[in-house]
Design a protein around this ligand. Structure first.
Ligand code: SF4
Length: 369
């Protein structure tokens, strides 16, 4: 059996499913059932793809959270990128951002209308674009969570070393723990525990969740993205709830360490400082993001072009904001699979490969909620 298949072995899944059932029975008296939020879009996709929701006890619900970087980027960010393209800059971006709707269109539509929008497969490609034509400004769309922030912001280091002066970053970096606090602070959402993202945890370590678990007395369990990892993680969560515990538990110890990745965090700390930033669905959260430090202001597209990213406008009827914070599931959006499909998406949750609406559309359409 290949290494990866060991984490998809049905013979191992069956006892985990049985354990979930027993733990579900032990928690049957909990009013309103058990509500677990899988924070990360990669978990959302894996849950849908492998049909894991069907293995849950009836009193346990798995709810998608704000862990898809494309989905939580507010429409005003797209508007700003389009505005910069209109001013003659080349916008360099990973491909999935092109389809995300802003207030009045997407970058893909702007490109069809003649704007210079280049798809990059790495941040380095943006640097190469800038070097290829020093007379033209290149703006890289720098979005992401802890997982990708260090390699993306390293672009500034590369530009400094290679003396590239026509490159800047439109920064929308976000941090997971403040989003967890925001979710737990909303009494409507009633989240009992978090299934924490594997790759973010590889950077922030188990320590990154300690303040959240302590302050709100909610289990935070780190699990990998393979089906057995997820089932194992869910067993860990239900066991904690059944025993009345609320700790940070690392069930992805083959990758995640207590102190995460100090090298990546040092890179982040060198170039970035905490700031209050806007999230789709959650609004502006204190110290929930990172922005470039003042000494790197020349690489900050907002400063360079004298432009400020605003909130923008959501498409009328799109419930992405509620989907992101677990207030509803995608099939409860009236536009789901009608006006909004992956071929013609209305909101980012249908665009992103980690989006909840895309996951439901691809794997769980037609199933009972
Ligand atoms: S189905 Fe489309 S419109 Fe509705 S919440 Fe999802 S992305 Fe937004």
């Amino acid at each position: 059996m290949r290494y990866i298949e060991a984490f998809r072995d049905p013979a191992v899944a069956a006892p985990l499913r049985d354990r979930l059932g027993k733990l579900g029975t032990a928690l049957a008296g909990k009013a309103g059932g058990v509500r677990i939020m899988e924070v990360c879009g990669s978990h959302t996709m894996a849950v849908a793809r492998y049909g894991l929701r069907e293995l849950l006890p009836p009193n346990v619900a798995l709810i998608s959270g704000p862990g898809c970087p494309v989905c939580v980027t507010a429409p005003g960010y797209i508007d700003t990128a389009i505005e910069l393209a209109g001013r003659g800059a080349t916008i360099a971006s990973f491909g999935d951002m092109l389809q995300v709707p802003g207030s009045a269109g997407s970058l893909g539509e702007a490109r069809a209308g003649g704007a210079r929008v280049a798809v990059c497969y790495s941040p380095r490609a943006a640097l190469d674009l800038a070097k290829a034509d020093p007379s033209r400004e290149v703006v890289f769309l720098a979005i992401g969570f802890e997982t990708t922030i260090a390699p993306v912001v390293s672009l500034v280091d590369l530009a400094l070393r290679e003396r590239v002066v026509n490159l800047s970053l439109l920064v929308s970096f976000k941090l997971v723990p403040p989003a967890l606090r925001a979710v737990l602070s909303d009494p409507e959402l009633k989240i009992d525990a978090f299934l924490c993202p594997a790759h973010v945890s590889a950077i922030i370590g188990t320590r990154g969740y300690e303040p959240v678990a302590r302050a709100y007395a909610k289990p935070c369990v780190i699990a990998g993205f393979e089906p057995l990892d997820i089932l194992y993680g869910l067993c860990g969560i239900l066991a904690q709830l059944a025993e009345g515990r609320a700790t940070v538990e690392n069930l992805y110890a083959r990758v995640v360490r207590e102190d995460g990745n100090p090298v990546a965090r040092a890179v982040m700390d060198r170039f970035l400082r905490p700031a209050s930033v806007r999230w789709r669905g959650l609004g502006v959260l204190p110290d929930s993001g990172l922005v470039l430090r003042d000494e790197f202001g020349a690489f900050d597209a907002e400063k360079r072009f004298g432009i400020t990213v605003g909130a923008g406008r959501e498409f009328p009827g799109c419930l992405c904001g509620d989907v992101i914070k677990g207030k509803c599931i995608p099939t409860q959006c009236p536009l789901f699979a009608k006006r909004c499909t992956p071929m013609d998406p209305v909101g980012p949750c249908m665009v992103s490969v980690e989006g909840s609406c895309a996951a439901y559309y691809k794997y769980e359409r037609g199933k009972q909620p």
